[in-house]
Design a protein around this ligand. Structure first.
Ligand SMILES: *Cc1c(COP(=O)(O)O)cnc(C)c1O
Length: 350
């Protein structure tokens, strides 16, 4: 790994008044794929790339990303959460997008790079009450040509951004269910974290904002519940925890998986299955829909207090339910090393 130092460090921002993902820490990591091989990574000052108008990912995509966070412990050290799962998921996204695999040896090299990067950016990690450091790993095709075939060259980078608690922390939010737009379908690319899965959701999320909703919950095939634009969804129905099954259209959220494992380890029954909007309305009508929660790295665990579908309002019995709050407390407790980490999910970077 090569390291380029910086001449002048940026002033540390006021974390209390920072927007989401708009400020970037001093150092980034960069690595190229060329001549059939991922090359040695470099840590260098955060800065721009020079690109040509014919750079292929601008035209046809082939661009994937990952999101994780660094959490500051009370002793001042830094934790990251299940980092190897992010590398593994990036490889899965690459497979779907015809992008080159990262070998396990190369992932080990990148992981050392990531830890070094975080040590170098440590002053940009807010204290727990003010947020965390979002880590964005991204890969894109950068050969200059406009034909439709996989690129011969790629770039990987990791940038870090101090972020406030998402949606002001653990406060209930409301979701709109779009009638005319879907996010993904069977056989599509929904389970890849590829850039092209996100621009298609913007139009419905903009519409949701206009109606006072923070995000969308997407259906596929006319009624099967999938997930939000960047978060998975769970329901508490009677005393069961229910979430849409991983059917190829749904992103394999690491938070989703963590909530499932935690719920089971606390004795809850968890069902991953097909849930239709009609099923959900039926359960809500009969008072069985106790809680709704969304999960993701950016959001952590967020209680959902209302869904809007075809001008009908669906409300869970509890605005902030017991299960939702319990998952939030346990997950953040593990991430910040306030409580035991029974699954060995946390890596201490410092
Ligand atoms: C990233 C993402 C999630 C959440 O995944 P985590 O690993 O929990 O952060 C869920 N859905 C979509 C569409 C996503 O892009």
């Amino acid at each position: 790994m090569k390291i380029q130092m910086i001449e002048k460090r940026k002033p540390i921002p006021d974390f209390k008044n920072i927007g989401w993902g708009v400020f970037f820490a001093d150092f980034m990591l960069e690595a190229d794929y060329k001549k059939g091989k991922w090359q040695e990574p470099t840590i260098k000052p955060y800065g721009s790339f020079k690109i040509e108008p014919s750079m292929c990912c601008l035209h046809y995509g082939q661009s994937c990303f990952e999101g994780q966070k660094a959490y500051k412990r009370v002793d001042g050290g830094l934790n990251i959460f299940r980092p190897m799962d992010n590398f593994a998921r990036l490889n899965k996204s690459h497979e779907r997008m015809c992008m080159p695999e990262l070998s396990s040896e190369y992932i080990d090299e990148l992981f050392i790079g990531l830890k070094t990067l975080l040590q170098m950016n440590k002053d940009f990690v807010p204290d727990e009450k003010d947020g965390s450091l979002y880590i964005r790993m991204h890969t894109f095709a950068n050969e200059n040509f406009i034909g439709l075939r996989p690129s011969d060259t790629y770039k990987l980078f990791i940038i870090c951004s101090p972020v406030p608690p998402y949606l002001n922390g653990f406060a209930p939010t409301k979701l709109m269910i779009p009638e005319h737009y879907t996010r993904a379908s069977i056989g599509g690319t929904g389970e890849a974290k590829s850039a092209g899965n996100y621009d298609g959701t913007l139009v419905s999320v903009e519409e949701a904002h206009k109606l006072g909703y923070s995000n969308c919950l997407f259906l596929r095939d006319g009624g099967i519940i999938t997930e939000c634009s960047a978060a998975n969804i769970f329901f508490v129905i009677k005393d069961k925890i229910v979430t849409p099954q991983l059917d190829g259209s749904i992103l394999h959220g690491i938070t989703r998986d963590s909530v499932i494992k935690l719920a089971k380890s606390h004795g809850f029954e968890v069902e991953e299955k097909i849930i239709t909007i009609n099923d959900l309305m039926f359960e809500a009508y009969h008072g069985n829909l106790k809680e709704i929660l969304m999960t993701g790295t950016a959001a952590c665990v967020i209680p959902v207090s209302e869904l809007l579908y075809r001008s009908k309002v669906i409300k869970p019995e509890e605005e902030v339910g017991y299960f939702t709050e319990m998952m939030y407390m346990i997950l953040t407790g593990i991430q910040y090393s306030r409580i035991k980490d029974p699954f060995d999910w946390v890596t201490k970077v410092i």
